[in-house]
Design a protein around this ligand. Structure first.
Ligand SMILES: Cc1cc2nc3c(=O)[nH]c(=O)nc-3n(C[C@H](O)[C@H](O)[C@H](O)COP(=O)(O)O)c2cc1C
Length: 271
C-alpha cells in the first residue's frame, strides 16, 4: 500500500541560506531514501513575528489575548499540520539565534499548555566551533515541554576550512538523525515517557490545579484535557513505568505543598 508523504516543517532560525540550510537539505535527501516526505521551510527571518512584550497575558488569560497581532498563530497552526518539525538554528553567542529565541518566547504559553503530542521533533544546530551541545540540550527542553517526542539530534561543526574528516562526521550525524526521525515518523505511536517527563507532568499538575484564580487559562486547559483527574498518569494515554509513576506521586506531593505555601503567603511575606 502506498503511504502518504510525511509532512516535515522546518522552523529555520538562520537568517541566511548557509550551513544550517545545507544541513537541512542533506537531512531531506537522507529522509527521502527512508520514506516519502514533503519539506516546507518556515524562515523565521521572513515571518512577521514581533518580540514578546512581556505582559504575561498569554500565560494567564490565553494566547488570544497577546497584544501582538502577527504570524504567531499561523506558525502554531503549521506545526499542528506537520507530522514532524525540525528545529534548526546556528549557534549564536552560545545560544540560539535571535529569530529562534523570539519564536520560542512568543509560543512560550505552550510550556504551560503542551499540545504537540502527535508530532515528532528533530533538532539541528550548526556552530563554527563550540556550543552545539548546550543549544541542542536547550532545544530538547523546549520541544519536549511543548509535547513533542524528540526523535533525533545533530550538531555540526562548520568553521572553514572544514577538513574532510569533519565533513564526513557532519554527514554521518545528519544521516543518523534522519534514520531516527524516519523511524519515529513511520512508527507514529508515542513512546512511553521517561522519568523526567513524568515528573514534569506531575509537577505542573501540582501547580496548575491550584491556579484557577492566578492563571485561569492554564487551569481551564488542564481541566478540559482531564489532566487533573487522579487516574491520569501522563499527558497522553501511553504506558507509564510504574516506578516513575510512584516517584512522580512523591514529586507531585512536595510540589503541591510548596505551591500551596507560596499561595497562602501574601506578597513579600516570609512566614
Ligand atoms: C553573530 C554570530 C555568533 C556566533 N556565535 C558562535 C558561537 O557562539 N559558537 C560558535 O561555535 N560559532 C558561532 N558562530 C558561527 C556560526 O554558528 C556558524 O558559522 C554557523 O554554521 C552559521 O550557520 P549559517 O551558515 O546557517 O548562518 C556565530 C556566528 C555569528 C554570525
Amino acid at each position: 500500500m502506498k503511504m502518504d508523504p510525511k509532512k516535515i516543517l522546518v522552523i529555520m532560525g538562520s537568517p541566511r541560506k548557509g550551513n544550517t540550510f545545507r544541513a537541512c537539505e542533506d537531512l531531506r535527501a537522507f529522509m527521502e531514501k527512508e520514506l516519502p516526505v514533503t519539506f516546507e521551510y518556515l524562515w523565521l527571518k521572513d515571518a512577521d513575528l514581533a518580540p514578546c512584550k512581556g505582559c504575561l497575558s498569554c500565560f494567564s488569560q490565553g494566547e488570544e489575548k497577546c497584544p501582538n497581532h502577527d504570524d504567531a498563530p499561523l506558525i502554531e497552526q503549521k506545526m499542528h499540520e506537520a507530522d514532524g518539525v525540525v528545529f534548526a538554528t546556528p549557534v549564536y553567542g552560545f545560544s540560539v539565534t535571535g529569530q529562534m529565541k523570539v519564536f520560542i518566547d512568543r509560543l512560550s504559553y505552550i510550556f504551560h499548555r503542551p499540545r504537540f503530542f502527535s508530532q515528532k521533533a528533530l533538532l539541528i544546530t550548526t556552530a563554527g566551533v563550540t556550543g552545539n551541545d548546550d543549544v541542542l540540550k536547550y532545544l530538547d527542553t523546549v520541544a519536549r515541554l511543548w509535547g513533542f517526542e524528540v526523535a533525533g539530534k545533530a550538531g555540526l561543526i562548520t568553521a572553514a576550512p572544514v577538513p574532510q574528516y569533519r565533513i564526513d562526521k557532519n554527514r554521518e550525524a545528519v544521516a543518523h538523525a534522519a534514520r531516527d526521525f524516519a523511524a519515529a515518523l513511520q512508527r507514529g505511536s508515542r513512546k512511553s515517557p521517561g522519568m523526567m517527563d513524568v515528573f514534569i507532568f506531575r509537577g505542573q499538575r501540582a501547580a496548575f490545579s491550584q491556579l484557577a484564580d492566578v492563571s485561569p487559562a492554564d487551569y481551564r486547559y488542564w481541566k478540559e484535557k482531564g489532566w487533573f483527574d487522579r487516574r491520569t498518569k501522563y499527558f497522553v494515554d501511553v504506558p507509564v513505568n510504574p516506578l516513575w509513576h510512584t516517584l512522580g506521586a512523591v514529586v507531585e506531593w512536595f510540589s503541591a505543598r510548596d505551591v500551596k505555601r507560596d499561595l497562602e503567603l501574601g506578597p513579600g511575606e516570609t512566614s
